[in-house]
Design a protein around this ligand. Structure first.
Ligand SMILES: Cc1cc2nc3c(=O)[nH]c(=O)nc-3n(C[C@H](O)[C@H](O)[C@H](O)COP(=O)(O)OP(=O)(O)OC[C@H]3O[C@@H](n4cnc5c(N)ncnc54)[C@H](O)[C@@H]3O)c2cc1C
Length: 452
């Protein structure tokens, strides 16, 4: 059995970032990635979703300088985003958060981004074992907690530290952490992928030139049922856009009145599939066009130009660092379907975990990722909680109010006052909800709850 310093399960942005900093700090770090084929990649690589957008301050949170991301990774630079409600909308050209990145954000090529991160990790000395899944991890409490990983090939590796970066499906995270959950409890109680994840579906479509805006994101809210369920258009390049949506898993159509939601129909006997929703969205938004005016583009990596993924949509857990384990990125529940935000949290948590694992200081991990991401986590869980249960009229109210607060007052008290009573109400609701999550109260499983 080969012995290594740091074993990393999963070669997405979180795992690759962990390998990079672990290797930079002198560790023998190995990424175990099951490997997924793509038409636009010669060899097996991580399971890169084609969905990828970054806001300006996310670049800072990842710890990159603005010009560090290679040009061929960037598909388009963004100037803003449009949020469209049933009868009110809002456009923003500024995230309102200080950042070194000189644009509102960018849409990027995720497979190239992953390959770039991998190149850096390998240059630093990190190694990749691609092609076999990790099927089992056993932690040995003797000798300061080491870990035996078994691959689908039967090969085994023994590692001093373990970084779990297996993404929102948590294929090994739940069983591995359950070695330390108290009797009668499971990490699945808070991180079960079939309960807490969203489903995300998207299509690459060529958009008629006159409709294509290469620099703006579009999101529709209040048009389909489900907590933080929404469709989007992300421009890519050459008038190709990713048109997609996310929604909770397992919604029941009987819980919703079709009259409330413009993308439902009277004869729907179940929640529509993603492709049906997208066709209805295009019909609704561009009634003078036909769906055939937006042809599917099938040469963008994914078969048939479409992809379906799980996306984590919950709150983060702390890791059992005393057992030399760090959970990072989507696996820890640190990413959010609310704003699709994930790559920045994945990269940042991965970087922190890799460095600490190499230095034998993993016990600092929970404190360090919270110090780095606290503001972002609080903002996101607050917003996601605030809009829980929002119906179409609530979205309209929020957009009207926010337009006054943001675009005419730059998030200021002046903006709140100008937006009148509804602004004050929304502001107060935000502050009250936010208060629940300060002091790391967004963590849904604390380190002290592990039995170690
Ligand atoms: C449709 C969609 C749109 C999104 N849009 C955005 C966006 O615009 N901006 C943004 O920042 N984020 C976005 N996200 C979120 C972002 O993709 C995730 O937050 C990010 O991928 C999480 O990175 P990760 O490394 O934690 O996990 P992943 O990227 O999921 O990587 C996990 C890796 O682990 C591997 N793996 C899993 N189990 C095993 C095993 N047992 N053995 C070996 N390997 C294993 C997988 O093959 C995979 O490569 C989007 C996600 C989706 C689905």
């Amino acid at each position: 059995m080969e012995r290594i310093d740091v074993a990393i399960v999963g070669g997405g942005p979180a795992g690759t970032s962990a390998a990079w900093t672990a290797a930079q700090h002198g560790a023998d770090a190995v990424v175990f990635e099951k490997g997924v084929p793509r038409a636009d990649r010669e060899n097996l690589g991580p399971d890169s979703t084609d969905a990828a957008g970054l806001l300006d301050y996310w670049v800072d949170l990842m710890g990159f300088t603005p010009d560090e991301i290679p040009d061929d990774v960037i598909l388009t630079r963004l100037t803003g985003a449009d949020f469209i409600g049933p009868s009110a909308d809002i456009s923003i050209d500024n995230t309102g958060i200080d950042s070194a990145y000189p644009h509102f954000g960018c849409a990027f090529h995720r497979a190239r981004f992953d390959d770039w991160l991998r190149g850096r990790a390998e240059e630093a000395g990190g190694r990749y074992e691609i092609g076999d899944s990790v099927t089992d991890i056993e932690t040995n409490p003797e000798n300061g907690y080491s870990h035996t990983l078994t691959l689908s090939s039967g090969d085994q590796f023994e590692a001093t530290s373990l970084v779990l970066a297996d993404g929102p499906q948590r294929t090994v995270t739940i069983d591995t952490l359950d070695q330390f959950t108290p009797a009668g409890q499971s990490i699945a109680d808070v991180l079960d992928p079939s309960v807490v994840n969203h489903i995300a579906y998207q299509e690459h479509r060529k958009v008629p030139e006159e409709l294509y805006d290469p620099h703006r994101l579009k999101f529709w809210w209040g048009v389909m049922p489900g907590h933080t369920a929404y469709p989007w258009v992300f421009p890519n390049d050459q008038s190709v856009a990713r048109i997609g949506l996310t929604m909770p898993i397992g919604l029941d159509i009987d819980d919703y009145n079709h009259r409330d939601w413009s993308l439902l129909r009277a004869d729907d006997d179940k929640i529509p599939r993603g492709n049906v929703y997208i066709e209805r969205l295009l019909e609704q938004e561009y009634p003078e066009y036909d769906i055939d005016d937006f042809p599917l583009v099938e040469d963008r990596g994914k078969r048939d130009g479409t992809e379906t993924y799980a996306i984590s949509s919950t709150r983060p857990i702390e890791s059992p660092t005393q057992a030399n384990i760090a959970v990072v990125g989507g696996a820890m529940g640190g990413t959010s379907a609310f704003h699709e935000g994930g790559d920045h949290v994945a990269v940042r948590t991965g970087k922190i975990a890799g460095k600490l694992a190499a230095q034998g200081r993993l016990e600092e991990y929970n404190e360090r990722w919270q110090a780095a991401l606290d503001t972002e986590m609080v903002r996101n869980v607050t917003m996601a909680d605030l809009v829980r249960g929002y119906g179409p009229a609530d979205w309209d109210r929020a957009f009207k109010t926010t337009d006054t607060m943001v675009n005419r007052g730059e998030y200021s008290l002046f903006g709140v006052l100008k937006s009148g009573l509804s602004g004050l109400k929304l502001f107060r609701e935000y502050q009250q909800t936010r208060r629940q999550f300060t002091d790391s109260d967004y963590v849904q499983f604390e380190e002290s709850a592990y039995s170690l």
